[in-house]
Design a protein around this ligand. Structure first.
Ligand code: GLC
Length: 432
């Protein structure tokens, strides 16, 4: 089938079932005003649920409590799913496939919008009812599918390099590293200090799950490669991508990345860093507020991710609020989504839990910058972040990436072979 024909058909659910890649679908322009979007009428008031990964910070319940106080007849119950993105996705899909009304508002990872929208597991939203113009553009894009809004941006995410300011200073290093080579050289210096005995240099998220897709893509992008090209076609079997994957694989082999880091998700790395096991850590902004409260208070800072020949680039992360199409009480849900994604709520999420806001102005507000001096760095990181492939078959894409990247990291395959196999697998899963 020709791309043009696919566009004309507006990528219906039938095409999805046929397994077609929908990045080829053109934008048809947004719509959605009033209380209706598409065929959805937002009717019914009463109790609903908010469904998200386990909250390590406690701030989610705090904001929900605010809502519940104001809306005693329309209470929101927080349903906490496992911490890893893949399990969250599976449970949300199961809810949709069984047409259950147990989940109302979903905290949807930015990479799932196309898949959930194309399968009509979530409802199109009335765009004009959300203050999208005050938000960072790349963040808003993550909430759209074929030009229409399917989710309300709630929090963004950009990768940051956490580092031990106390140890770098003691080792005579004035600036955080801008390249991978500088980072490893800094580690060699720091490790000579008696305080750094037994410490490892660097970790990110290298377990076989969504976090590995993020870290793999960042390594590839930070070495000048891409996972998919500007047209959404896989282009990962390149010398640049190989330099990126080689950096990770070599680092595991030579101990720059400790062996146990191939079992790390976000929280494992955070704990290792906070307990003084790591000099450098790649993680998301949420770690900042938690680490500030622990034994590392005053001993760490964040910098942009390093890359091969200069600053690296982050994968674009984050979560948006989507409305399960099989849910009840959609009028309540829509109001709650507006409340939970408002600038006021984003400001609480930032103040209490250092979550990256979708709202541009919060990154420049003097009182917030005073509290979180890295906010301007984070804003740039989010603005320049590279989205992961925007495809309906995201589940297949990410599992192929995870499998091949993990094989390269754990010595099962050379980087060259892993990338060759990945290119083949991606071509297959995105073939039209
Ligand atoms: C964070 C990001 C999300 C990403 C996940 C991977 O939650 O916000 O986009 O997929 O980490 O572990």
């Amino acid at each position: 089938m020709k791309t043009r024909t696919i566009r004309a058909l507006r990528c219906s659910a039938t095409l999805v079932a046929a397994g077609l890649l929908l990045t080829a679908c053109g934008s048809t322009g947004g719509s959605g005003s009033g209380q209706q979007a598409g065929s959805t009428s937002f009717e019914g008031r009463g109790p609903i649920t908010y469904v998200a990964g386990k909250d390590a910070t406690g701030v989610v319940q705090k904001v929900i409590d605010r809502w519940n106080k104001l809306h005693p007849e329309e209470k929101v119950t927080f349903v906490q799913l496992p911490t890893d993105a893949d399990s969250q996705r599976q449970q949300m899909i199961q809810n949709a496939e069984t047409k259950s009304d147990a989940y109302t508002v979903l905290s949807l990872d930015v990479v799932w919008t196309s898949e959930f929208a194309a399968h009509q597991w979530i409802d199109r939203l009335p765009e004009k009812q959300f203050p999208l113009r005050s938000m960072l553009k790349p963040v808003v894009e993550t909430a759209k599918y074929r030009g229409d809004l399917y989710a309300a941006p709630a929090s963004s995410d950009g990768g940051l390099l956490y580092y031990r300011t106390d140890l770098l200073k003691k080792a005579g290093i004035a600036e955080p590293p801008g390249t991978w080579a500088e980072m490893t050289a800094d580690c060699a210096k720091v490790k000579k200090l008696p305080e750094a005995e037994g410490m490892s240099c660097y970790a990110g998220q290298f377990q076989k799950y969504e976090g590995l897709t993020v870290n793999f893509a960042e390594a590839v992008n930070s070495a000048g490669g891409v996972v998919t090209d500007a047209d959404g076609k896989p282009d990962v079997d390149t010398p640049e991508a190989r330099k990126g994957l080689d950096f990770l694989a070599r680092s595991v082999r030579n101990g720059t990345i400790p062996k146990e880091a191939v079992t790390y998700q976000e929280e494992d790395g955070r704990q290792a860093f906070q307990f003084g096991k790591l000099i450098f850590l790649r993680n998301w902004p949420y770690v900042y507020a938690l680490a500030e409260k622990g034994q590392l208070a005053g001993k760490f800072a964040v910098a942009p991710l390093p890359g091969l020949n200069g600053p690296g680039s982050s994968s674009l992360g984050g979560h948006n609020l989507a409305l399960s199409s099989t849910a009840k009480n959609k009028a309540t849900a829509l109001d709650f989504m507006k409340f939970f994604s408002s600038e006021d709520s984003a400001s609480t999420f930032l103040k209490d839990a250092s979550l990256a806001p979708p709202y541009a102005a919060l990154y420049d507000e003097p009182s917030l910058v005073k509290r979180y001096p890295y906010l301007p760095v984070l804003k740039q990181s989010v603005l320049r972040a590279v989205p992961r492939p925007r495809v309906v078959q995201y589940g297949d894409v990410t599992s192929a990436v995870q499998q091949e990247a993990y094989a390269a990291l754990t010595g099962g395959k050379s980087s060259a072979q892993a990338l060759k196999d990945l290119q083949g697998a991606l071509q297959k899963s995105t073939a039209q």
